[in-house]
Write a protein that binds this ligand. Structure first.
Ligand code: HEM
Length: 472
């Protein structure tokens, strides 16, 4: 974050600013942290879709209003910026990467990163997606039995993301080092995530010190991969076969012909790991849970997977012929959006709908609320992949994921200039992992169990997803 902007954007504390949205008069930080989803639901039921809150002494706005959300994310994106928003816990891990940077730094990094996420580039990751899933179904899911599917999918998406970023030709020792260091850093990151708003990262608590050590180890592995890859690219002829995202980032150039520096590259790689691995595991785990609880829909998805891809799905990057699997993914993202809140900060005093917000106001847009808006969704609490099919007949899923969707209330990947750069990657990965899994197994509920509980932190993760794996 640029220091001039930090000085400019103040937290809004003290008396309630005039023209602020209505909401509870007391500080609700504890209620919010204790049970975010139930609390968000009860707030919006009581005060409407846009609520003024006091969180840890700061006045912030929470909104699930489609029109206001659009204003924040798209129409007034230059006013509602990322700088100054709620402090991002884990900043030493993600550094100044795309997710948290803003202004000229963000713009340049986004421009340099975009080519790596074009659909032609992403298709080259399809093989890693299907190969890693084949390994899961042939090893951990080889026998029928009960598994925590969320844990398995976390390991799977870590493997896929690491291969997509660094290639599948890392020497085995390096691969083990990367995965080990990432797992360790993530463990602390997740553990302290909920407390991150309260205990800053620079306080020398034992937990923070262990976390810093894990990040330091990860840094040393990642820097050594960057350096050796850069040297390899420099030594090879002009025709390099670009296979991994790191190669694409290393070769990308801005308008002045300049590439990313070593630190910026490190920050982007970490950001892609942080932003892309866990969110995808969460999406897939919820999708498996929904399919287990809806056997008819599961059979329909499995039969489409068999028809379109056969049993092996060797490296295909084309999922356009699998509308039902796409619909399962879109519907899961509607009901359980991994990013259930996204934050912005008003860079200046601004009018938002009927309200006036002082400069520095944090605004939290909630996909969780938007995706349940009774005026925009029929039977919003029901899992109905079929609702997407008429739309997918005429449009690609990617067009539905730009903007706020065709009904103006669908933002699982955000919207506007700061939308998710990994949307195409995540969608391809989700469809291919589900298709490859359903070619080999069915997900069944454990007798007597109920639908997995959400354990929302920064993301809307499940606590665990125990399911019976049944070989087909
Ligand atoms: C199901 C999976 C995913 C979900 C639900 C998701 C969701 C989101 C959302 C909502 C945002 C916008 C945040 C905001 O407006 O503040 C975002 C941004 C971002 N995502 Fe994702 N994401 C997913 C997967 C991925 C993957 C696979 C990658 C990369 C490999 C990725 C990389 C990023 C990055 C770098 C940003 C910041 C973009 C920018 O500000 O320029 N995400 N993601």
């Amino acid at each position: 974050m640029a220091s001039d902007s930090l000085a400019r954007l103040q937290r809004i504390v003290g008396p309630l600013p005039s023209g602020f949205p209505p909401g509870p008069s007391t500080d609700v930080a504890i209620d919010f942290l204790r049970s975010p989803l139930a609390f968000i639901d009860s707030l919006t039921q009581q005060y409407g879709p846009t609520v003024g809150l006091k969180l840890g002494g700061e006045h912030v706005v929470l909104t699930g209003d489609p029109v206001i959300s659009r204003q924040v994310l798209i129409d007034q994106a230059t006013v509602f910026v990322k700088e100054g928003t709620a402090f991002f816990p884990g900043s030493s891990l993600a550094g100044n990467g795309l997710l948290v940077s803003d202004g000229a730094t963000w713009q340049r990094q986004r421009q340099l990163s975009n080519p790596a996420f074009r659909s032609s580039a992403i298709k080259t990751c399809a093989k890693a997606m299907t190969d890693c899933t084949s390994a899961l179904v042939n090893e951990s899911w080889r026998h029928s039995g009960c598994r925590d599917v969320y844990a398995d999918l976390n390991a799977l998406t870590l493997k896929i993301t690491t291969q997509a970023l660094f290639g599948d030709d890392l020497p085995p020792a390096e691969g083990v080092k990367v995965t080990g260091a990432i797992q360790k850093a993530f463990e602390y990151f997740a553990g302290r995530a909920a407390l991150g708003f309260i205990i800053p990262e620079w306080l020398p608590t034992p937990d923070n010190q262990q976390y810093s050590e894990a990040v330091r180890q990860l840094d040393s592995v990642v820097y050594s991969i960057i350096d050796s890859r850069r040297a390899q690219l420099a030594a090879s002829s002009s025709q390099v076969s670009q296979q991994c995202l790191l190669d694409q980032l290393l070769l990308s150039r801005d308008d002045q012909g300049e590439g990313m520096g070593r630190r910026a590259l490190r920050d982007e790689l970490m950001t892609l790991l942080v932003a892309g691995q866990e969110t995808s595991a969460i999406l897939l785990a919820w999708a498996c849970a929904y399919l287990a609880h809806h056997p008819e829909q599961q059979e329909r998805a499995a039969s489409e997977a068999r028809q379109v891809f056969g049993d092996e799905l060797q490296g295909t990057g084309d999922v356009s012929q699998a509308p039902y699997l796409q619909a399962v993914v879109l519907e899961t993202l509607r009901l359980r959006p991994p990013a259930y809140i996204v934050g912005r900060c008003a860079a200046r005093t601004v009018r938002l709908g009927a309200f006036n917000l002082p400069a520095g106001t944090t605004v939290l847009v909630s996909p969780w609320v938007l995706h349940r808006d009774r005026n925009r969704w029929q039977d919003p609490e029901a899992f109905q992949p079929e609702r997407w099919l008429p739309l997918l007949e005429t449009k690609s899923y990617m067009s539905e994921l730009s903007g706020l969707g065709s009904n103006g209330a669908y933002v699982p990947f955000g919207a506007g200039p700061r939308n998710c750069i990994g949307t195409g990657f995540a969608m391809l990965e989700a469809v291919l992992v589900l298709a490859r899994s359903l070619a080999a197994v069915r997900f069944r509920t454990v007798p007597g169990s109920s639908f997995p509980r959400a354990d929302p932190r920064i993301t809307l993760r499940p606590s665990e997803v125990p399911l019976l794996i049944e070989k087909v």
